[in-house]
Design a protein around this ligand. Structure first.
Ligand code: MOS
Length: 766
């Protein structure tokens, strides 16, 4: 164990990840309105519906000017002529910035390459005449109004000397690149000789699955309002990584880190896309050049041109099984498109590392570099498309075996993690299946396709496993401030992009400190607060939890010191006490108690402020920690048009303790809706001749709308994970996983057609 754990062990009562449980799990928390788990409505809801919640593009500044971008029209080459004269002469134009007059800036560094790296790409931003993708910004126009900026940007023209570009996946895949690591995991995992075991297996499935590019389309367009005061930079961003953005901007502009303040109180959807892209950097540079504050809000086309999305994959899943279903071989391999300038290899083999017991396993993935916009994280990168392939193959295997697909999964449920050998912290996948199956009426499904119809509509049911890893980031800190009046404020630079962070944290803090909801505030969304963690990888809640536990320990110890010898708490230490009823009490002696207010009053303090950093995530090293779920889908497919309609959907999740029934349900449903888009409608069409995205609008790129989505039912086990803060694992991304396969399996059950190439559009079913 680490030095940190030794130190913790010497201080009884401290939480030691992987050794002791979060003390909150031992508390018999209040069950009333507002208690942890209750469906509290978003606390910022009233502000939002009144239009009082200010988003990144809504901050007023004296002398503000508006930015618009012009984009390259070739995938690779050099700019040989750039005509900005017409734009400069257009009404209201303040200036036009190009590589010729842009301030000199360092290139961003790739996310995860250092503690302050936030770059989605490490390409220089408007520093030279080189073009790296079709759609790269070639000019920034600043004007007095957005309309004037947009108009002037349309007048910028460029000539290019094109360079050879790899713009077709078929071309790129001829020279695949091996990865050194896959988000910190080995890119290749081999247990035994899986190919040999596959050949010898009684029953085999061996298929190729394809998934296309997807684009980020959060409702709120990417935006930032930026202002310089001397060498101090103020950025109002729409962000899911505040501290990294501040550190990265400081690095790019050669500033001390504390000269950059980034805030992002409200975000209209993130999903992995609201990170640092060229627009924030260009806005800061243009503001510097103009000596005026700048607002940049990308057009919807702009989001397609400069904000990366999910990349395309081609995956092979091969399963070899005995007649009883037990797996002799589990093979999941493939290739994803990427660029030489980004860090998101789309880890589609991650689910297969942890889901099923198999005698032999082979998992391997590589990438094919293309000259395109850097692809990036998009809700459950890897797992969303990885579960499509794996869970379709499991369904195909179940059919060959003549087994119900849930029964097959019961037979291959592992006792411990199949690739790491670690124990599971908690795993109730089969529970989730059983509860979901009962509620969904799975027993009404015919194992044979095309058995149920309603006029022209063929009806089918499918299911699939959802899974997403638990992760807790180190380095986050939290501050607790208690006032003499008993108000508690907890502060940390984290994010609420609409998922309910602040609401769940108010509930969490009230439960942890034993105070009513009305006395709790949660401050977030600003880099002047104690360093927070990113809102990514479904990690934020657990990460905040770790920091709040640590801060609470310091808080209780400070209060015990202040309480002194005249208190009923005299002589007690952290290990002896718990927080309850607005104060501190002996764990086993109800009579020994003193309220926070009384301790502060007696000690003559007006307030108490404590800050601490979360202990390192030792639980992740000791245990295999994942959320799980069972997705159930019913579809109706028109035999005449091939149109697919999802008629019922149910997600049954095992994600540890649920902190807020309303916001969690909303997260799960949102994931499922995005999954329905992934499987049925979404596809970024990329012209392989030019590398240009041709459907860069919501008219041409189809996200699901209300009419595409049936009532969705959500169940959850609500069984606390003993290793996680609050017993809660992440829930932001698991909802999208497994949806692709559940729908595809239902389409097969309805029609007898296996579509292994997303999206499942009607032409593929005709
Ligand atoms: Mo998520 S794709 O880590 O916001």
């Amino acid at each position: 164990m680490s030095a940190q754990s030794d130190a913790a062990a010497s201080r009884p009562g401290r939480w030691q990840p992987a050794v002791t449980q979060d003390p909150l799990l031992r508390k018999h928390g209040a069950q009333g309105e507002g208690a942890l788990g209750q469906p509290v409505s978003r606390i910022e809801g009233p502000l939002k519906v009144q239009g009082k919640a200010r988003f990144a593009a809504e901050f007023p500044y004296e002398g503000l000017c508006y930015a618009a971008l012009a984009f390259s029209t070739v995938a690779r080459g050099r700019i040989v002529a750039l005509d900005t004269a017409a734009a400069e002469a257009a009404p209201g134009v303040v200036l036009v910035m190009t590589h010729r007059n842009a301030p000199r800036m360092k290139a961003p560094s790739l996310m995860m390459s250092s503690p302050t790296a936030a770059g989605a790409s490490d390409l220089p931003v408007m520093q030279d005449d080189e073009i790296h993708w079709n759609g790269q910004p070639i000019a920034v126009v600043l004007a007095e109004t957005q309309e004037q900026a947009d108009h002037a940007a349309s007048l910028v023209t460029a000539d290019y000397a094109p360079l050879p570009a790899v713009t077709s996946f078929d071309e790129a895949r001829k020279t695949p690149r091996q990865l050194d690591n896959l988000l910190g995991q080995p890119p290749v995992v081999e247990i035994g000789n899986a190919e040999a075991a596959l050949k010898g297996a009684a029953v085999q499935v061996d298929q190729i699955y394809r998934t296309p590019r997807h684009n980020h389309n959060a409702i709120e367009l990417h935006a930032a309002t930026v202002a310089w005061t001397g060498d101090e930079l103020r950025v109002h961003d729409a962000s899911q990584l505040l501290d990294l953005t501040a550190g990265q901007l400081a690095d790019i502009f050669g500033l001390e880190a504390d000269k950059v303040r980034v805030s992002s109180p409200y975000v209209g959807g993130g999903f992995g896309g609201k990170c640092l892209w060229d627009h924030q950097i260009l806005a800061c540079a243009a503001a510097k050049l103009a000596g005026r504050p700048v607002r940049i809000m990308l057009s919807r086309e702009g989001v397609f041109r400069i904000v990366g999305g999910r990349t395309l994959t081609e995956q092979r899943v091969a399963l070899g099984a005995g007649a009883d279903g037990r797996l002799d071989a589990l093979i999941h391999t493939g290739i994803a498109a990427m660029t030489a300038h980004n860090s998101c290899p789309e880890q589609f083999t991650f689910p297969a590392r942890h889901l099923y017991a198999a005698k032999t396993i082979r998992l391997a993935q590589e990438v094919a570099d293309m000259d395109m916009l850097a692809n990036t994280f998009m809700r459950a990168p890897g797992e969303s498309v990885g579960t499509f392939a794996l869970e379709c193959a499991i369904d195909e295997l179940a059919e060959k075996l003549g087994l119900d697909p849930i029964e097959l999964r019961r037979r291959i449920e592992p006792e411990k993690d199949p690739t790491s050998g670690k124990p599971f912290s908690a795993r109730h996948l089969i529970d989730a299946y059983d509860k979901g199956a009962e509620r969904f009426g799975w027993n009404r499904r015919s194992a044979t396709p095309r058995r149920q119809r309603d006029g022209e509509w063929l009806i089918g049911m499918g299911c699939a496993t959802a899974t997403y890893p638990y992760h807790r980031f180190p380095g986050g800190a939290a501050r607790i401030r208690l006032t003499a009046g008993g108000q508690v404020t907890v502060s940390t630079a984290v994010h609420d992009m609409g998922m309910g962070t602040a609401t769940a944290q108010v509930q969490h803090i009230a439960a942890r400190l034993g105070v009513p909801l009305a006395q709790v505030s949660f401050e977030y969304g600003d880099t002047t607060l104690p360093r927070g963690v990113i809102a990514g990888g479904s990690t934020q809640t657990a990460s905040i939890g770790g920091a709040v536990i640590a801060a609470t320990e310091v808080f209780v110890e400070e209060l015990l010191k202040l309480a002194g010898n005249d208190s009923p708490l005299a002589g007690l230490s952290l290990a002896d006490v718990e927080t309850r009823d607005g104060g501190i009490g002996h764990r086993d002696d109800a009579a020994r108690f003193e309220s926070y207010e009384s301790i502060l009053r007696r000690s003559g303090r007006g307030e108490l402020v404590c800050e601490a950093e979360a202990p390192p995530p030792a639980e992740m090293e000791a245990f295999s920690m994942h959320s799980y779920g069972a997705q159930f889908c019913e579809v109706r497919v028109s035999e005449i048009t091939g149109e697919v309609r999802v008629s019922r959907f149910l997600g049954s999740f095992d994600a540890g303790r649920i902190l807020n029934a309303k916001t969690a349900t909303s997260q799960f449903k949102g994931g499922i809706i995005m999954g329905i888009g992934l499987v049925l409608t979404e596809e970024t069409n990329f012209d392989p001749r030019t590398g240009r995205i041709v459907n860069a609008s919501l008219a041409d790129y189809h996200v699901p709308v209300q009419m595409d989505i049936p009532a969705i039912e959500i169940l959850y086990t609500d069984i606390p994970d003993p290793q996680a803060p609050m017993g809660a694992r992440g829930i932001g991304e698991i909802g999208i996983t497994g949806v692709g396969a559940a729908v595809a399996n239902a389409v097969y059950n309805a029609t007898g057609k296996r579509i292994r190439d997303l999206p499942i559009t009607l032409d593929k079913l005709m």
